[in-house]
Write a protein that binds this ligand. Structure first.
Ligand code: SF4
Ligand code: SF4
Ligand code: SF4
Length: 688
């Protein structure tokens, strides 16, 4: 969890989405970067269909996701239109400014800011810090009473994000929240009491501050009409044509604030409540910043759940790094410069010069009811079962703990957290970047392979076309040569000497060989189709192996057959598959003129089966391997073989949806592996 760091110049305010939250999403702008998921302290973001939407029941309106989103897809609900219409309504209208304002308007004197707001149309401009003064007295009273009675601990409640975090995420701590209203609510009560005359219209009240969550608090309370952030105040000046630098200076309306002005700084509440914050002596803890505050609250919630004692008596918490580091304060000042501006304002104006007057004004409101209650959420989330987490991790290739990279690219701190979010339906499996990259690499490999297959197929097709054309043209003259050479042979044998007879015999033999080659070319080139029938592949292999005897009359090659008996009938074109086996076995026999062993095997794999033909011959020359299935590439000598046998095998296996590959065995000899998809043996024939 990190605080908001990215500043963007695009407008971060708007009026879309549903009205229940101060922050909303412009869905069409979301570009799936998951930065908002990474930043959100409560992971209140559901990614669905690649878009990151806000889960209202878990959003604490911290506003951190807004500056984080570089696409301006996360926006703050704008109050500008509401404020302008309030100002133009004719009803009395006043505003109150939070004590962090010196951090947001550097270089502008407080009187100029007040004057500019008055020029916008506000009848009165108050300091929220006076409400903080009243609240501080209430804190002081409660702290002393707790000290006197012993036991328990309190969590401060002026920060609406801390309150929301407790109510929604750690409801077991709700009873420890100090039941004291925020300075905004206290000041709104003061204003209503000051300005509401009998039968007079209620004044419109606008709060100005650094906090996005105040918009939700105001809507819930109904006592403040609108909330403007400091950024929106700049927009208001623009909309009303007011230049604060030249606006007539004016003081804040009374009642003037005192030490309540230190509230925006960590520990300010305790300072104003006059509680000792000595590090060694006092049982108080002051924390600021989302990481430290959420860690602390989660730890406290666990202590409360398990009945462990909590030695600290009071936790003064601000969710941002002081109110000066909130997401709606955007200027170029560093955190320390902002803090310095607030401190210097307090030093110049902090302690009211007329203490008596302050005490008098303060006393007027001591009877205001400053108590409040909280509404802890009912959390009914069940823990996700371990087997479910493991199953989700496995879907992104995380089978062992070392596969869990915990790189946070998905927005979650660990792969496990993300898997839990997937099971809760707020994250998607595809959010894992390393998984997507590996899928992309795999897809590229597959694409490359299918491209090379396509090239091979196209090559075969065009060669086949050309070969068919040539073969067709050769077939006729070759038929005539054969016919006449046979005729000539008969005539010469009938009446001439044996020498001429031998010559003619050779012409006949070579012409017949030429015809075989031409026939082979035509077979290769013809448009092939399969007749698929349920076939006992093991029986087919066994029969082909028996046929080796006719290929090897001298019986030099021994044949071993190893069949996987689990292999059931498959739908194949038996005669064409047999042709493939015969070709491979013939090649094996011819590769071992001095004898050797041929092994034919079948094996059943996962959704596929293999037929392997290996021999113990010299193997295939390495440079031939890439071209082995290309027509007219042959390892046999000139005049031996057409160079089409393996190309035909390749075509037949491919038509079956399988693959064939040739390798050299490490122990010597060639190995041909045919892989075919397991089809089962459904009845009937089909043609492909
Ligand atoms: S930060 Fe969130 S809303 Fe913005 S683009 Fe990234 S995923 Fe979408
Ligand atoms: S406003 Fe805060 S809690 Fe809500 S979604 Fe954004 S980062 Fe999360
Ligand atoms: S490896 Fe994937 S699931 Fe794990 S943290 Fe990184 S992106 Fe998230």
């Amino acid at each position: 969890m990190a605080g908001p760091t990215t500043r963007t110049t695009r407008s971060r305010y708007g009026t879309g989405g549903d009205d229940s939250l101060a922050v909303y999403t412009v869905a069409e702008r979301c570009r799936k970067c998951y930065s908002c998921v990474r930043t959100c302290p409560t992971k209140a973001i559901r990614v669905h269909g690649g878009q990151a939407d806000i889960i209202a029941s878990e959003c604490i309106s911290c506003g951190y996701c807004v500056p984080t989103c570089s696409q301006a897809a996360k926006r703050i609900r704008s109050a500008l239109a509401g404020v302008v219409s309030l100002l133009d309504s004719g009803q009395p209208c006043c505003t109150m400014v939070a004590p962090s304002f010196p951090a947001a308007f550097p270089g502008l004197e407080p009187q100029s800011l007040v004057g500019a707001l008055a020029s916008c149309g506000f009848d009165h401009v108050y300091e929220v810090a006076f409400g903080a003064d009243l609240v501080s007295c209430e804190y002081s009273r409660r702290y002393r009473s707790m000290e006197a009675n012993g036991g328990g601990f309190l969590i401060s409640s002026p920060c609406p994000v801390v309150v929301s975090y407790v109510e929604k995420i750690c409801p077991e701590l709700a009873s420890h929240l100090a039941g004291v209203v925020s300075p905004m609510e206290a000041m709104a009560k003061v204003i209503r009491e000051r300005l509401t005359a009998p039968n007079a219209p209620q004044p419109g009240i606008v709060f100005i501050g650094p906090c996005v969550a105040k918009k939700d608090e105001a809507r819930r309370l109904g006592i403040v009409d609108e909330v403007l952030t400091y950024d929106e105040v700049h927009e208001l000046f623009e909309a009303r044509g007011v230049d604060p630098a030249v606006a007539p200076a004016r003081e804040f309306d009374p009642p003037r604030a005192n030490l309540g002005r230190v509230y925006p700084l960590a520990g300010g509440l305790l300072r104003a409540a006059d509680v000792d914050t000595d590090l060694l002596e006092s049982p108080v803890s002051i924390e600021e910043g989302s990481v430290r505050v959420t860690d602390l609250l989660l730890e406290l919630a666990s202590d409360v759940r398990h009945g462990r004692p909590v030695p600290t008596k009071f936790f003064d918490l601000l969710f941002c790094e002081g109110c000066v580091g909130g997401p709606a304060v955007s200027n170029d000042l560093t955190f320390y410069e902002r803090k310095r501006n607030v401190v210097s304002f307090i030093k110049r104006r902090g302690v009211v010069h007329d203490q008596e007057r302050w005490v008098e004004q303060h006393a007027q409101y001591l009877n205001l009811d400053l108590t409040r209650t909280f509404t802890p959420a009912e959390r009914s989330e069940h823990p996700v079962a371990e087997h479910e987490i493991q199953a989700i991790l496995a879907r992104t290739g995380k089978h062992d703990p070392e596969d869990e990279l915990n790189c946070r690219a998905c927005g979650y701190d660990s792969c496990r957290e993300k898997a839990i979010a997937v099971s809760r339906g707020i994250a998607e499996v595809d959010m894992c970047l390393p998984y997507l990259i590996s899928r992309l690499e795999q897809a590229i490999d597959e694409l490359k392979e299918s491209q090379s297959r396509l090239v091979q197929t196209e090559k075969l097709a065009s060669m086949g076309q050309m070969a068919a054309g040539i073969a067709h043209e050769l077939n006729n003259p070759l038929g005539i040569v054969l016919m006449y050479s046979h005729l000539l042979k008969t005539q010469i044998t009938d009446g001439h000497d044996g020498h001429s007879g031998e010559d003619v015999e050779r012409i006949v033999r070579e012409a017949e060989r030429a015809r075989t080659i031409v026939q082979g070319i035509l077979n290769f080139a013809r448009e092939n189709r399969l007749e698929l029938r349920a076939t006992d592949v093991n029986a087919l292999v066994r029969e082909a192996a028996r046929g080796v005897a006719s290929l090897d009359p001298a019986n030099r090659a021994g044949v071993e057959v190893h069949l996987d008996e689990r292999l059931e009938e498959q739908r194949v074109d038996a005669s064409q598959l047999r042709q493939v086996l015969d070709n491979l076995l013939k090649n094996a026999v011819e590769a071992m003129p001095d004898g050797g062993t041929i092994a034919v095997e079948t094996s059943l794999g996962d959704g596929a089966y293999e037929i392997r033909v290996t021999d113990t011959g010299p193997g295939i020359p390495e440079k031939m391997l890439p071209h082995l299935f290309t027509p007219f590439h042959t390892t046999k000598g000139v005049g031996k073989g057409t160079g089409l046998g393996l190309a035909v095998c390749y075509g037949i296996v491919k038509m079956h949806g399988g693959s064939i590959r040739a390798t050299n065995r490490p122990t010597g000899g060639a190995c041909f592996e045919i892989t075919l998809p397991e089809t089962g043996s459904s009845a009937g024939e089909s043609f492909v």
